[in-house]
Design a protein around this ligand. Structure first.
Ligand code: HEM
Length: 378
């Protein structure tokens, strides 16, 4: 229920111990006026700092203002604790160069090469209306109402300058980002996040998570690139597949989370081991083999996804899955090669559909009250 620090070298909400709830939103910028956009970024930063501390979004508050004016906070979080709220912002490729090539805000020259739009992957069934966006905000908290309140108030503040393009609610973190957290399970019933980058590994975070000086434009140093993929899970099909097949597809035991052929969750997988039948103990098409750094030139990322159930699809099935979130120093060396490896061969593909995709450059942390999101960019 406590508060997470809002300011720092890096944005909160990345290595922060993954909270239980998510409200994610992608905005389109609807103004051509750069100054109005910067003004909103400043107002957002101030509101985010206040809400992270458990305060109202505005300085006056939900109920202390004059009766004639709409309140500067919407009120549904009155009395709720900070709930470890983190609010993390990122900029999409279209902010720098619109789909029609237009340099809307004079930012085209400052676009990092690492923010080049993601390529199409085998099997993609992306819905354009649910993908992309000029600015993304990830709100995570241990209380869903606190996360929703944060996004709602930022959308309110941004009215006329940004409009909501798409948004996603998530529950039940599907990753642990700290060694102090137990590994949760995704909707396929498997432990997810066992071999994730963790907050306690500063050398690995430097190498794989945080943008380093010289990687690209200076404004991103200390930041990280965010990839989101809404992955629908065909859970009714999965639920009819035998346990042994589920475990072969993942390459891990469903109960303990141990790699096939081993006993402990955190045992190293042995990709060379061959069974009595002459076949590899961890199949060639197993998810953990295809996603493993050894298969992908050392690629690693910090996964921070959430389960979702968006009601039903009208065809007698739950509209459910994984809202995949991954942070990395350079998607060209992490998400892209790993997803290429998975998209071509992963047996999991029979049970999942990627329906939305996003890529965002999350700048470094805000340093104090005079600073704001993207201050070094604009
Ligand atoms: C590992 C599930 C999609 C990248 C795992 C593990 C599970 C899992 C159960 C093993 C536990 C762990 O180490 O965390 C799923 C499911 C997915 C999905 C159900 C889709 C619905 C993806 C995607 C990517 C990805 C799209 C990236 C392109 C990874 C990586 C690992 C991993 C990098 C760790 C591999 C290692 O170092 O051993 N996933 N995953 N996963 N997954 Fe996925």
């Amino acid at each position: 229920t406590g508060a997470v620090a809002f300011t720092g070298a890096h944005q909160a909400g990345i290595v922060t111990a993954a909270q239980d709830r998510l409200h994610f939103v992608a905005f389109d910028v609807v103004t051509k006026d750069r100054d109005r956009l910067v003004k909103v970024l400043k107002e957002w930063t101030a509101a985010a700092a206040r809400m992270t501390a458990g305060q109202d979004a505005g300085e006056i508050g939900a109920v202390a203002g004059i009766p004639e004016a709409p309140p500067d906070d919407t009120g549904e979080a009155i009395g709720l604790p900070p709930s470890a709220l983190t609010i993390t912002a990122g900029f999409g490729p279209t902010l720098f160069r619109a789909a029609d090539g237009q340099d809307r805000f004079g930012l085209a020259a400052r676009m990092p090469e690492a923010l080049a739009p993601l390529p199409a992957f085998t099997g993609d069934t992306l819905d354009a209306a649910l993908s992309g966006g000029d600015i993304a905000i990830q709100a995570c908290a241990n209380d869903p109402q606190v996360a929703v309140h944060a996004i709602r108030n930022l959308a309110r503040i941004g009215m006329g300058v940004v409009s909501v393009r798409w948004s996603q609610l998530g529950f039940g973190r599907t990753a642990s980002t700290s060694t102090g957290q137990a590994t949760p399970r995704n909707l396929f019933g498997f432990k997810d996040g066992t071999r994730n980058l963790k907050a306690e590994e500063p050398d690995l975070l430097r190498e794989h998570l945080w943008v380093q000086p010289g990687d690209g434009p200076d404004w991103m140093t200390g930041g990280s690139y965010l990839v989101t993929r809404k992955i629908r899970m065909l859970i009714e099909t999965w639920d009819r597949s035998p346990l042994a097949e589920q475990e072969a597809i993942m390459g891990r035991l469903k109960g303990s989370g141990a790699p096939l052929g081993r006993t402990g969750e955190f045992d190293e997988p042995d990709f060379q081991a061959v069974g009595a039948d002459g076949e590899p103990v961890i199949p060639d098409i197993a998810h953990v083999r295809l996603a493993h750094p050894d298969t992908n030139n050392g690629a690693r990322m910090l996964r921070r996804g959430y389960n979702f159930v968006d009601g039903s699809d009208g065809l007698g099935r739950l509209d459910a899955g994984l809202f995949f979130i991954a942070y990395q120093r350079d998607p060209r060396k992490a998400f892209i090669p790993v997803q290429r490896s998975l998209a071509g061969r992963d047996e999991l593909n029979e049970y999942i559909r990627h329906v939305s995709s996003g890529l965002f450059a999350c700048p470094p942390g805000v340093t104090g009250s005079g600073d704001h999101w993207g201050s070094a960019l604009f």
